[in-house]
Ligand binder design. Structure first.
Ligand code: ADP
Length: 165
């Protein structure tokens, strides 16, 4: 029996991206090599605690993913699984840096599976150089005058300097 042509696999990489780091970017590049389409989706929910407004986070993500043709950047409100269904996504992509990420990510993945069993969470590991890197640490470094060179793309470095420098 001839099998049906496979539908393109759409994956969503959700997060705060406040701001995008080279660790996120590493994961985006890895994801873009595997999935047909990758939507980097900024969650608007937690905006009030953020350093950068959603609009700026979007601009920075768009600038740094510009050359990745199957990557698109978007913003979503509310429940991730509702958004994933709307986008006809089959995969949620998340990054795991160390064991400390695992428990939270596991809980969230299991909860999401309960909400929508057809969508799989896929975990990827960043390059070792990024395994200690988080947006939170980058913001702390910048706030106290430390150099964030090599940890974030240049556009983020500039915007951080303008914001806290
Ligand atoms: P959230 O607020 O949802 O944790 P983040 O923007 O901090 O959003 O992260 C989004 C996703 O990217 C999460 O799965 C997180 O584990 C992953 N991530 C963050 N930093 C890195 C990194 N340095 N390497 C790999 N994955 C990362």
């Amino acid at each position: 029996m001839a099998s049906e042509p496979r539908k393109p696999v759409v994956a969503i990489y959700p997060g705060s991206f406040d701001p995008v780091t080279n660790g996120h970017l590493d994961l985006i590049e890895r994801g873009a090599r595997i999935f047909d389409q990758l939507i980097v989706a900024i969650a608007r929910n937690l905006e009030k605690d953020a350093l950068f407004p959603v609009k700026e986070r979007l601009e920075m993500l768009e600038a740094v993913t510009f050359e990745l043709k199957n990557v698109q950047v978007a913003v979503f409100d509310g429940l991730l699984m509702n958004y994933a269904r709307e986008q006809d996504a089959r995969v949620i992509l998340r990054g795991i840096r160390a064991v400390s990420d695992y428990e939270y990510e596991l809980q969230m993945a299991m909860m999401n599976r309960k909400i929508e069993p057809q969508i799989e969470t896929v975990f990827m590991l960043p390059g070792a150089a990024y395994s200690y890197l988080s947006s939170r640490l980058v913001k702390e470094l910048a706030r106290f005058g430390g150099s964030v060179k090599g940890l974030v793309p240049e556009i983020v470095e500039e915007r951080l300097r303008a914001k806290v420098g």
